[in-house]
Write a protein that binds this ligand. Structure first.
Ligand SMILES: Cc1cc2nc3c(=O)[nH]c(=O)nc-3n(C[C@H](O)[C@H](O)[C@H](O)COP(=O)(O)O)c2cc1C
Length: 173
């Protein structure tokens, strides 16, 4: 497995605000991008009747090819997006019907980028990411909150993003 990373974009639109941040981060890291909006997968199903949708091939590809995963999610109702939450719920498949994939996630690194309309984020937003990393045996690299002003990334935020990428992401690749 290479030490390459992937940015998993969880917005309800492919070319919105989260994508502006994702594109910026992609240029600085050279990571691949996976746009969950373009994938077709349902929420978790106890009966696994959804096992032929896009999720299992997708998580297998991620587990096989990448050692760093950056989750990039918009803030929708103080939480991660529904698409991103479905993705996390489906990781349960990797602890039940596809344990081999779940084991491969262990030891990988995870970071999170949130994108809201406000420059601040409510306490606790990052908790599901931190705790999911712990539960899955992944190393949590940290998170950064972002926002878009007048369709652009402010110079201050660009500097903060550059520092985050240099200190938390690029120094482990
Ligand atoms: C359904 C929905 C819920 C939202 N809830 C919040 C929120 O709770 N807090 C916030 O700061 N912004 C909220 N916003 C604004 C978005 O987080 C913000 O516009 C973000 O940059 C959108 O990214 P996107 O273009 O990738 O969807 C919400 C937007 C939508 C569409």
């Amino acid at each position: 497995m290479s030490s390459k990373g992937v940015i998993i974009q969880g917005s309800s639109r492919s070319n919105g605000n989260t994508n502006k941040i994702v594109s910026f981060v992609q240029k600085k890291t050279d990571f691949d991008i996976i746009d969950l909006k373009l994938k077709r997968f349902s929420g978790f199903d106890y009966d696994s009747k959804n096992q032929n949708d896009d999720f299992l091939p997708l998580i297998k590809e991620i587990a096989d090819q990448y050692s760093i995963i950056i989750f990039a999610t918009p803030v929708y109702w103080y939480s991660m997006s529904g698409i991103m939450k479905n993705f996390f719920d489906r990781i349960t498949d990797c602890l039940t019907i596809e344990k081999k994939i779940g084991r491969k996630l262990r030891g990988k690194a995870m970071a999170m980028i949130s994108c809201g309309s406000d420059s601040t984020i409510k306490n606790g937003f990052e908790m599901p990411f931190v705790e999911s990393a712990n539960y899955l045996g992944m190393h949590y690299l940290g998170n950064i909150h972002t926002w878009i002003e007048n369709e652009t990334i402010s110079e201050t935020l660009k500097n903060e993003l550059n520092t985050f990428i240099e200190k938390r992401i690029n120094n482990i690749t």
